[in-house]
Design a protein around this ligand. Sequence first.
Ligand code: SAH
Length: 257
Amino acid sequence: MNDEIKTIHEFDFSLICEYFSMLERQGPGSREMTLRALSFVGSLTDDSRIADIGCGTGGQTMVLAQNAPGRITGVDLFPDFIKIFNRNAEQLGLSDRVKGATGDMTALTFDNESLDLIWSEGAIYNIGFERGLTEWWRFLKPGGYIAVSEASWFTPERPEEIEAFWNSEYPFIDTVPNQVAILQDCGYVPVAAFMLPPGCWSDEYYQPQAEAQLRFLQKHSGNKVAEDFIANMRHEAELFSRFGEYYGYTFFIGRKR
Ligand code: SAH
């Protein structure tokens, strides 16, 4: 990569990080759905070891920590998110058992069979559903749980416009039955799969962004990269409002065989 391109990319990343740092959640989800997913996870104890992969600033991690015992390690690629994560843990009095660390989900360094639970909301797409389920398997103790949310098609067919959008953004999107089969083939018992209600996108994800976008555009007024980025985010939200019945997130909970 030449230096000029690298600089542009680094600049993009810092803008994107700044934008998402303004939000409590960096992906669709909600407190209620985090707790629903947790309800399918077998008993955890104070000795349980939990990892939250692609934790962002830790919106869902703090909900987990307040509702489950054990020690949680949050892992995210972006140091700025981890800084906010650790500050949040501190403010909530959780920092003795909740710690964020910078790391890459494609090169995790947990010991084999060291984890009781792997959590990942709206993030496994960065490695790919099947690859993530396969590569993370070895970190779980036998009988350990994995709980991940992932983009799914909710119907066997859909309009071409939305199909084309997803195929260019994330071609691994699939139907829920296919994804459950992948979960099983990767060595897990499929314990549960449930759809996130559309409010997890509209109310919890896109709506807080609308206000953040105004502040962000004001701050970066005249910056073409920032303006393009916001235009993309708005386009995504608009697609969801038109085609949200065809796709969304599914929460998958599996137990290591
Ligand atoms: N789980 C959070 C964040 C979801 S957004 C929530 O639901 O709010 C996806 C997250 O994955 C971002 O925080 C992003 O920084 C992180 N990410 C992207 N690529 C990654 C990688 N290779 N390794 C670890 N984290 C990554």
